[in-house]
Ligand binder design. Sequence first.
Ligand code: DGL
Length: 268
Amino acid sequence: MLTCASHAAIGVFDSGVGGLSIAAAIRQILPHENIIYVADSANAPYGGKPEQVVLQRCQTIVEFLMAQEVKLIVVACNTATLTCIAKLRALYPIEFVGVEPGIKPALNVSQTGTIGVLATHNTIKSQQYQQLVARLKTQNTVLSQACHGLVEKIEAGEFDSSATQMLIKQYVLPLITQGADQIVLGCTHYGFLSRQIRGIAGENAQLVNTSEAIARQTLAVLTRNEMLNSSQQQGQTMLFSSRCNPDFLAVSKLLWPNEIQQAHEFPH
Ligand code: DGL
């Protein structure tokens, strides 16, 4: 593993703005850490792309973050984590924290034994996801729902349009009808639609979001490696995007107010 200065930043990336939900959770419990966030907006969504393409994009971003001398990389994307985090770990001498759908925490609190998982096509078809579900489904029911089109709506800042509402209904209502009492947000983008999803799921189902758990895991990894920033100053966040235009900046500011002032072009 690389040895990095404790004041080095934490690198966080996603296909787009979804991982800002993870970055914000990290900021909550690690106020003194610097964060470099990369949104691969020009290539979002990753959820339906061939595995090789997702891996290649992730490598490009990881190499950029390593050139910025980050001390840890948070793959703030379920799709990228399930598609290729094992390969990234084998390729690069840096600690990675990944994010996966919170299936086990959801089943731990489920009363009906039936849960619904909202995720991308690639997450659901990944070997790791399929194996986990196969192990758990002897005693429980895990309903997996690929949510085509939802990431694009969030990237476009369309949180309350009727088209977005229709997609949420289409994906969430069948889960509720089949008895799901927990809805796992298995894509970091979907946390930004929590209010809208809750509105459609109603009171019989709770949402399960893993961002806080990922932030705590980031804290644990930094602590274990003695890499916590000892500075008492408020940490800074730098935002990069491969589609760095005013619309991207506007959506990012909306999703993480007070933290995002400007965005930089991701140079790849
Ligand atoms: N936010 C991502 C995830 O958690 C990626 C969604 C996508 O690009 O399709 O899966």
